[in-house]
Design a protein around this ligand. Sequence first.
Ligand SMILES: [Zn+2]
Length: 164
Amino acid sequence: MSELKFLCDRMLRKLATWLRIAGYDTLYVADLEFEGDEDTYMVYNHTDRILLTRDKELFRRAKTVGRPVFLIKSDDVAMQMAELKEMGVRFELKMERCSVCNTPLRRPSDEEALEVMRREGIREDLREKYELWFCEKCRKLYWMGSHWRNMVEFLKRVENIYKH
Ligand SMILES: [Zn+2]
């Protein structure tokens, strides 16, 4: 698991999701509970994480007080992912974190797997075809199904941006 950890501003929801898919511990500010001004919160909290922002003002403010911060320039998520290359971020598909809530995934018990499959109408033979992973906070199952192939295709596109 990577040492790099992130806090994403409100404009970077998709990037936060992709960072989690790639195994990076990533918070998305709109999911956090706090009181007061959002920018101020991001400047002074979770300072063990790199703040990722599209906002130049916020970037300057964070820099001024020495808060780790990185300015994202593009508004396209594939380009944003390419921009993170310079700090050593690698987008590979990992079954390590829930893409929705950032909780580390684990293998489900039989009971947990069946509970989710029944609730969501997933065929039980899925368990024979795929390795299942489980987010205990969302009660959600993950597996490398057809959506996974689409994600692989998307990452190839990001790789091509890296090359240019
Ligand atoms: Zn979750």
